[in-house]
Design a protein around this ligand. Structure first.
Ligand SMILES: [Zn+2]
Length: 72
């Protein structure tokens, strides 16, 4: 089943970037998506469907860089 799209274009772009990195995207039906990293540490990050503010995208990317093996 194809995954649901994020209604926010910039956050949808992050999900697509994650998919390119072989992360698994689940959810999207209720309040948030879950992004799971393929590495042995199984890094995980949630992406809310309703971003809490203008800094949400920047904060999300910051957390990904700090707390997971995300690389740009
Ligand atoms: Zn990882």
């Amino acid at each position: 089943m194809p995954r649901k799209r994020h209604p926010n274009g910039e956050l949808e772009a992050v999900l697509r970037q994650a998919e390119v990195k072989d992360w698994t995207i689940t959810g999207g039906g209720d309040k948030y998506f879950k992004m799971k990293c393929p590495c042995p540490k199984k890094c995980m990050k949630t992406v809310h469907l309703s971003p809490s503010g203008a800094n949400y995208l920047r904060n999300l990317l910051g957390q990904l860089r700090r707390a997971t093996c995300w690389e740009d």
